[in-house]
Design a protein around this ligand. Sequence first.
Ligand SMILES: NC(=O)c1ccc[n+]([C@@H]2O[C@H](COP(=O)([O-])OP(=O)(O)OC[C@H]3O[C@@H](n4cnc5c(N)ncnc54)[C@H](OP(=O)(O)O)[C@@H]3O)[C@@H](O)[C@H]2O)c1
Length: 251
Amino acid sequence: MQHLTILTGASRGMGLALAEQLCAPDAVLLCISRQTSDPLAVRAGAKGTALTQWQADLADPVPVAERLRSWLAGLDGAAFASATLINNAGVVDPIGPLDAADPQAMARLLRVDLEAPMQLCAAFLAATRSWVAPRKILNISSGLGRRAMAGSALYCAAKAGMDHFSRCVALDEARQAQPVRIVSLAPGVIDTDMQAELRAGDPAGFPDRDNFVRLKQTQALASPAQAAGKLLAFLAREDFGSTVIADVRDA
Ligand SMILES: NC(=O)c1ccc[n+]([C@@H]2O[C@H](COP(=O)([O-])OP(=O)(O)OC[C@H]3O[C@@H](n4cnc5c(N)ncnc54)[C@H](OP(=O)(O)O)[C@@H]3O)[C@@H](O)[C@H]2O)c1
């Protein structure tokens, strides 16, 4: 039996580390981001993993969700020991006050960080409804979904939305015969391109910038591999889903 994982944002950062650690002979991995990763393809080949990489822009999530629905419908659910969706792709730009934000960039952030996870959740839930294998959804949230920060209204709101829709999905799933378990998990602070973007923010509109500079200087950032290891350990917990809103730092 194989373990199916659908993972967004696997081309770099924490998503790439997650994908690399998921590679195993019994793994079937579908990765979705705008770029594909050659090193990931090499690792999957070496580990005997069935890897598929879709180049897709999650700022236009409806066609991607429709494609996922059809792709899942073409699989034999009985062949899988588990099925998991990890909504990891995210963007933090635009950084700064709302009235200074470019409207197109605003729309892009909300689509990638909030609409796409919802669309992919819907497709995953519907297409795997009859599967008997245990199914899980891991939404990668942020401490900023729970704590407001100046200069990041869009990102904070999108992650708060992710937390809250996860709560609602958990309530809907509790009424199903075979509920999907869902968690919206804050992953800690990780040394990725996203942190570099925060450090490059203009302090005039982003007063917390120096805190992000300090996190890097004091080596308080986890490596992508460390963060991915913790997320996958969390995903494997027996009680996964018993608490919908979680922070890996409390685990
Ligand atoms: N880094 C942190 O300290 C931190 C803290 C809290 C939460 N998080 C969350 O953790 C997750 C991963 O963050 P990260 O730090 O690894 O970010 P990252 O290094 O900036 O990587 C972002 C990933 O998302 C993908 N992505 C971005 N825009 C996309 C689009 N339009 N369509 C498809 N894929 C897209 C990127 O792939 P392409 O560019 O190839 O499309 C990339 O693989 C995010 O949800 C983030 O909000 C991070």
